[in-house]
Design a protein around this ligand. Structure first.
Ligand code: GLN
Length: 454
């Protein structure tokens, strides 16, 4: 049914870069047989899923939305991919994204823009717009995204779906093509909080193949989602982040957020205002740290190891082949980040830019620590505006970067964060997201509050 749905609507939505009809049907058949024999691999056995094209798959291409990796099929599965298969989850295909996960709209994909199913003239957010659009268009009930600065939560917010960035290290990065290694985190996406929780428990947990993987028990997120569904938040302290609101936020978003706060209060939560003064510097710090790590990580696309190779004609030198390939293979935003990052890391500038950004990162982490001494979770709008029109921000990188104003602090600090649908804006009728943030390793609190709220 989902393959039929994809065939019917994906020509208009363009959520998928690759659909594996045969592989999906074979996996579904296996799951059916296992279930009939009384040995279903997990609660999600047989459930279809859309996988962001930044996680490697041995049986499907992995392009990261880039010409650099056109038609490249990796020789192995990411740990996330492997755990999905072991749980009997049916991978339908790979979803569109901004090139190497750099962007907030999917307009930076080398393979065309994904459209928001709520309004096909608008973006589905990014970088994981394909995964979010696949959920919103009912092409898949579950999806995987990755979140370096907001790429799970912001697309979730603007498509009216649930997206979770787990605690940094909670889900293995092995086989997740690296953008900014100290920020990248894969996570579950769904249409309900419980669906996301079931998926969370399938993909999370320690992995010796990732040196930053957390070696601690997986938070009990399914139990938390089931408990939260009773809608009782008595005893829960919720902090509204003063710095994440006001000027620059659409009126419809602000009114939706106020209604969400009122509802949390009605559910019994004690809501207080909390100040996180260094969050104002999050965006600036992120746009030094993320491009710095990107410039280092993307050095691997050297025309020798993977994918594209241009000018290999016996005339050009190896260095020229490298440079011609990178010129042809990377899009403008990726080049901008590589240049910014290389500059920020160069000797003489390192302390002024990269070093300074790392200090801001510490201050933001301390803001969270202080806030979580007073409250159990923090809340804010997920993103300052609803889905913007395709083309509206392509020539203005700063306007594009502002989409992640509210989501970036949790990446810098490494704590857990969720976007849950918060109704439609009374301004333009488009979906709005409520962001819930919890301390590192307390991902279960997101699910308790999210399930009570949704
Ligand atoms: N939009 C942000 C960026 O362009 C975040 C991307 C992400 O989370 N992968 O870097």
């Amino acid at each position: 049914a989902h393959l039929d749905r994809i065939a019917a609507v994906d020509p208009a939505v363009h959520a998928f870069l690759h659909v594996d009809d045969d592989g999906a049907l074979a996996a579904a058949r296996r799951a059916d047989e296992d279930r009939a024999a009384g040995r279903a691999a997990s609660e999600l056995a047989g459930v279809p899923l859309a996988l962001k094209d930044v996680l490697v798959t041995s049986d499907m291409p992995t392009t990261c939305g880039s010409k650099m990796l056109e038609d490249w099929t990796p020789p192995y599965d990411a740990t996330v991919t492997q755990r999905l298969r072991e749980a009997g989850v049916v991978v339908l295909g790979k979803t569109n994204m901004d090139e190497f996960a750099m962007g907030s709209s999917t307009e930076n994909s080398a393979y065309g823009t994904t459209r928001n199913p709520w309004d096909l003239d608008r973006v589905p957010g990014g970088s994981g717009g394909g995964s979010a659009a696949a959920l919103a268009a009912f092409e898949a009930p579950l999806a995987i995204g990755t979140d370096t600065g907001g790429s799970i939560r912001q697309p979730g917010a603007v498509t009216g779906t649930v997206g979770v960035k787990p605690t940094y290290g909670g889900v293995s990065r092995y086989g997740l093509v690296a953008f900014s290694s100290s920020l990248d985190q894969a996570g579950p996406c769904g249409r309900t909080v419980l669906d996301a929780a079931l998926l969370h428990e399938v993909i999370a947990g320690h992995d010796p193949m990732d040196s930053t993987s957390v070696n601690a028990p997986v938070p009990q997120v399914v139990a938390a989602a089931r408990a939260g569904a009773a809608g009782d938040l008595r005893g829960m302290r919720v902090g509204v982040v003063r710095e994440l609101g006001g000027e620059g936020y659409q009126d419809g978003v602000q009114r939706s957020f106020q209604a969400a706060v009122d509802q949390l209060t009605a559910l019994g939560a004690e809501v207080v205002e909390v100040s996180c003064p260094h969050f104002d510097y999050g965006l600036g710090a992120y746009y030094l740290i993320a491009p710095s790590e990107c410039s280092s990580n993307l050095a691997r696309f050297d025309a020798m190891r993977y994918g594209l190779r241009v000018g290999d004609d016996g005339v050009h030198s190896a260095e020229e082949v490298m440079s011609l390939t990178r010129e042809a293979g990377f899009g403008p935003e990726v080049k901008r980040r590589i240049m910014l990052g290389t500059y920020a890391l160069s000797s003489g500038y390192y302390d002024a830019y990269y070093g300074q950004a790392q200090k801001v990162r510490t201050l933001i982490t301390r803001d969270f620590t202080a806030a979580f001494e007073k409250v159990d979770v923090l809340v804010s709008p997920t993103t300052p505006t609803t889905a913007f029109r395709i083309g509206e921000r392509v020539d203005d990188p700063m306007a594009m970067y502002l989409a992640d104003l509210c989501t970036i602090p949790s990446n810098l600090a490494g704590n857990a964060s969720m976007s849950v649908p918060s109704g439609l804006s009374d301004e333009d009728g488009l979906p709005v997201g409520l962001q819930i943030m919890a301390p590192a390793l307390a991902d279960d609190r997101l699910y308790r509050v999210g399930a009570a709220y949704e």
